[in-house]
Ligand binder design. Structure first.
Ligand code: ADP
Ligand code: FBP
Length: 307
């Protein structure tokens, strides 16, 4: 079973308007409210790939209920640990500029923590845990490391999608795959990348430091893939971007879901590209038909062998 862990879910309130004026009242032309948070998005795309998963994490209040109800409606098993403050609402403004306002997140009580942590004792060696996204501020700095220790105690596998030092520290525990985007990779290593070539040494480093596979996503330029033996570049044909929120999460789902079924890392990378772009080309996360339509159009090129 795949368990997704979203410590900080969100309702993503996506608003469209032609132009956003600061210091003025702006009228929204179109808006929608979607369940969000990285692990939740992974579970939703896995569902489209017919891969079962259970969504764990902290949810509370009317916003937490909105998310849990939506997932249940889609046939996704949820087992959230309840917090008393409402789950956050993240605002995604699509105007002349794209602006995201992500909330800090609710207080997580010691009881809620214990409830989630106890679930980890039920994991087995066949399970994969996807740890994704930011932490509410009340959780300790090293919280992901604590959860990774619980995954490892159970002999299960983990995937981690976070940023900065937290991601770097997790590499030594051998995640199945990590997927920073190009900006996150640059920030992690304190470098400035002016193109794809500049990213390659740092992608290799993710694998050298312990990740089994690494994907470095580059939005409309596709992604780099590192498996320890070679470096690949993959991309989809250009399309009309409607809402790229959740593209990175879709990639993770595409990779993990396909890798577990086929044990073929390049096939998994191909699917991850199809899922990422199909999500960018739709308002909500991608649907199965949209993913399957893009899959045959994905190009993957080997850039170099690693000696
Ligand atoms: N504008 C786009 N056109 C085509 N594909 C896209 C676009 N934006 C994202 N994608 C796809 O989704 C993947 C993840 O997007 P990216 O923006 O790099 O990640 P994140 O959402 O984590 O920041 C990309 O590697 C690409 O495959
Ligand atoms: O936990 P964070 O880092 O604040 O991110 C949460 C946000 O990221 C998302 O999961 C989307 O992530 P990606 O665009 O990176 O795939 C949104 O649904 C959510 O609003």
């Amino acid at each position: 079973m795949i368990y997704t862990v979203t410590l900080n879910p969100s309702i993503d309130y996506v608003v469209r308007l032609e132009k956003m004026d600061l210091d003025a009242v702006n009228r929204i032309e179109e808006d929608f409210k979607l369940p969000g948070g990285k692990g939740i998005n992974v579970s939703r795309i896995l569902k489209q790939l017919a891969v079962p998963s259970t969504a764990w994490g902290y949810a509370g209040g009317f916003t937490g209920k909105y998310i849990a109800d939506w997932l249940t409606e889609e046939g996704i098993t949820t087992d959230f640990s309840e917090v008393s403050e409402p789950t956050r609402i993240n605002v995604k403004i699509k105007a002349d500029h794209e602006t995201e306002l992500n909330g800090a997140g609710p207080l997580v009580s010691p009881e809620a923590r214990l409830e989630l942590e106890e679930k980890f004792a039920t994991l087995t060696a066949d399970d994969v845990v996807v740890l994704s996204g930011s932490k509410p501020p009340s959780l300790p700095e090293d919280y992901y490391q604590q959860l990774i220790a619980l995954v490892q105690k159970a002999g299960a596998t983990f995937v981690i999608d976070t940023t900065g030092q937290e991601l770097l520290t997790s590499l030594k525990s051998n995640p199945l795959v990590v997927k920073p985007n190009h900006h996150e990779l640059a920030d992690m290593y304190g470098m400035k990348a002016s193109g794809m070539t500049d990213l390659i040494p740092y992608g290799k480093q993710l694998v050298a430091d312990g990740a089994q596979y690494a994907i470095v996503s580059m939005a409309s330029d596709g992604a780099l893939f590192f498996d320890g033996n070679a470096v690949y570049h993959g991309w989809s044909p250009k399309g009309t971007v409607k809402n790229s929120v959740g593209s990175g999460d879709s990639m993770i789902a595409g990779f993990v879901g396909t890798y577990l079924k086929e044990k073929d890392a390049l096939a998994a990378f191909r699917m991850s590209l199809a899922c990422g772009s199909a999500t960018a080309f739709s308002d909500d996360l991608a649907k199965a038909t949209e993913i399957q339509a893009l899959l045959p159009t994905i190009t993957i090129k080997k850039l170099e062998e690693i000696a």
